[in-house]
Design a protein around this ligand. Sequence first.
Ligand code: B4P
Length: 192
Amino acid sequence: MFHIILFGPPGSGKGTQSEKLIAEYGLIHLSTGNLLRSEIANKTALGLEAKSVMDKGQLVPDEVVIGMISSQLDAHADAKGFLFDGFPRTVAQAEALDKLLKLKNSGIGVFLALDVSEEELVKRLLGRGLTSGRSDDTDEAVIRARITEYNAKTTAVADYYKQFDKVVNVPGEGSIDDIYASLKTQIDARMH
Ligand code: B4P
C-alpha cells in the first residue's frame, strides 16, 4: 500500500492536483472537504453542524472528520492506496490516521506540501467563488480566516511528518501541468 498526503493552504491546488493524481496512480481519493460538502448537500445532521463551522472559515471538530475518514477506510479496505486531500489538518488528525492505518512511524509514502503565497491564495479563492457557489469562497474575510486557521492549527502537521522524513515541498505557483509534473517526479522517486 502506498499512501500520499497532499498538503497546503486553502486554494493551494490540492483538489485540482488530486484529480490528476488519482487518474494516474489508481489511488482512492479521500477529500475531507468534498466529504463534508456532500454531507451538507444531503442535509444530514453532520452536514448541518459542519456548514456553520465552514462558513466561518474554521475547522470542523477533529472527532467528526476522523469518524468520516474511518468509515471511508473501512469502505475501501481493498484499495491499493489512498490519496489524502485536505486531511490531516491538525496533529490530532495525523495521529489518528496513523492508528487507523496501523502505521508505524507514520509509514505513508510521501507528504507533498504545496507552497503558494497568501495573495495568490486569496485571488484564486475569490475567483472560484464567482462560479462555485461555495459560501466559504465569496467573502474575503472568511477566506482570510481560513488562512489564519491554517497558520494556527495546520502548519504543525508538516512538522509532525518532518520527524519521519516524509515532507517534500513543491512550488504551487505556475501552470497546473508544471506543478503536476513536479508532484509526479517526487512520487515516482518514492513509489518503486
Ligand atoms: P477544502 O475542501 O479542503 O478546500 P480548500 O482548502 O479550499 O481547497 P483546495 O486547496 O483543494 O482548493 P483548490 O486548490 O482545488 O476545505 C474546505 C473547508 O472544509 C475548510 O475550510 C474546513 O472548514 C473544512 N475541512 C476540510 N477538511 C477538514 C479537516 N480535515 N479538518 C477540519 N475541517 C476540514 O482550488 C482553489 C482554486 O485555485 C480553484 O479555483 C482552482 O481552479 C485554482 N487553481 C488551482 N491550481 C491553480 C494554479 N496552478 N494556478 C491558478 N489557479 C489554480
